[in-house]
Design a protein around this ligand. Structure first.
Ligand code: GLU
Length: 426
């Protein structure tokens, strides 16, 4: 049975790069009906923190990556590593330097392995130094603990970032010395920023929970991450998770770096919002607004559902719903200065908005169709294009140049609010 593992160090939050590593392991396990295990590499007692661990596990759960079996904690296994190191000492394959135990690397050998992504990789042992296994403080090194745990956890496939390629020959020498079977390796390309450099904070290398805070949906984020170095073919991009599981194969992962593009992720998130059931997005946006302390006692769920329906096609993140909420539920709205300048400071702006206000005030009913009819008629009467009424009205009542259809928006706002907001500019 295929057994893979994700091995984070709880010395920081879960970022895009490691989330993608976890995801590819998880997908490989689920595709092959294998097991996805967690190993917490917390040998650095000073830098490992409970809050990081909680956030890493929380982020994995949020992104649907459930794991099998209890996680393995390296900090609880120092005796195990020591036993293996002493075994190598006894066999004469390691030596001591003070309290430290060091593995002797035999010269003039070639270590080669068939990487599932990169193909054959060969390294001469002449390029390798002797390897510390146990440090003098009694803690194991990464390479040593990694090998012992991968063996003990019966890992069949090691899927990790390219940055570990240089560790693999060192680890293979340890497997050989211990007389243990060598697992399969797959090293994934790094995620690069749009300009080709390393992924920095500015380019989206923030923690997974930061994406949650910014209103991204886990479905969209997982979908986007799955495309970081892998493609299902036929230019398909929006894929539900069960489809990704069905199609995913580590052999199809690219050798070259994957590019992280924030705009693309936002676009994809918007597609998920657009395609989501109304009830679902209403409830998710409500939870998001509550979490941000936005919802007040004027909140009316039925009305909110109508508003979400009107904006669903346009919102890119749940965060966008904060601005939308404010337009409908707050009295004081925020105006986009440039929009005010462009649409409300023209010589005829006041006159136009005043005529709109008069027409809306006296309209016998106030719904999308009647408002539209009134506006088209007024535009004809004034010998203007409808757009010349629509743009200033939109800015006056919402503060922005973009949003839901103007007539939908006006109906949702209600006559009183619309008239009051227009009055400010008449
Ligand atoms: N803790 C290591 C890392 O986060 C794990 C490397 C591995 O998968 O072997 O890079």
């Amino acid at each position: 049975m295929i057994r893979v593992r994700f091995a984070p160090s709880p010395t920081g939050y879960l970022h895009i790069g490691s989330a993608r590593t976890a995801l590819f392991n998880w997908l490989y396990a689920r595709h092959n009906k294998g097991k996805f295990l967690l190993r917490i590499e917390d040998t650095d007692r000073l830098r490992s923190k409970e809050e990081y661990l909680d956030e890493i596990l929380g982020s994995l759960k949020w992104l649907f990556m459930n794991w099998d079996e209890d996680p393995t904690f390296q900090s609880r296994r120092f005796d195990l590593y020591k036993r293996y190191a002493e075994d190598l000492l006894k066999k004469g394959l390691a030596y001591m330097e003070g309290e430290a135990i060091i593995f002797k690397v035999e010269k003039d050998l070639t270590v080669s392995f068939d990487d599932m992504i990169h193909g054959k990789i060969e390294v001469s042992t002449n390029e390798l130094k002797d390897q510390v296994l146990m440090k003098s403080d009694g803690t194991p090194t990464y390479n040593f603990a990694c090998v012992i745990d991968d063996v003990e956890m019966k890992i069949t496939h090691i899927i990790r970032g390219d940055d570990h390629i240089s560790n693999t020959p060192k680890q293979i020498l340890l497997y050989r010395a211990l007389g243990l079977a060598i697992p399969n390796f797959a090293h994934m390309p790094l995620i690069l920023s749009k300009d080709g450099g390393r992924l920095s904070k500015r380019h989206g290398a923030t923690s997974i929970f930061e994406y949650k805070r910014e209103g991204f949906l886990p479905e969209a984020l997982v979908n986007y991450l799955s495309l970081m170095g892998w493609a299902p073919g036929e230019d398909r991009e929006i894929l539900p998770l069960d489809e990704i599981i069905k199609l995913f194969d580590i052999k199809d992962v690219n050798k070259t770096g994957a590019t992280f593009d924030m705009d693309k992720l936002s676009w994809m998130n918007g597609q998920y919002i657009k395609d989501m059931d109304l009830a679902d997005i209403v409830s998710r946006s409500e939870i998001f607004l509550k979490g941000n302390g936005i919802i007040d006692d004027k909140f009316d769920e039925a009305r909110w559902s109508d508003i979400v329906k009107a904006y669903k096609e346009r919102a890119r993140t749940l965060e966008d719903f904060i601005g939308i909420y404010k337009i409908f539920f707050h009295d004081a709205i925020e105006y986009d200065e440039a929009a005010v300048e462009k649409y409300l400071k023209k010589s005829n702006s006041k006159d136009i908005l005043n005529r709109c206000r008069v027409v809306l005030k006296s309209a016998s009913s106030f719904n999308k169709a009647s408002i539209e009819e009134a506006y088209r008629k007024l535009a004809d009467d004034m010998k203007l294009k409808a757009a010349e009424l629509i743009h200033p009205t939109r800015v006056a009542i919402s503060g922005k140049t973009v949003g839901a259809g103007l007539f939908d928006m006006m109906e949702l706002l209600g006559r009183d609010k619309v008239l009051k907001r227009l009055e400010r500019f008449c």
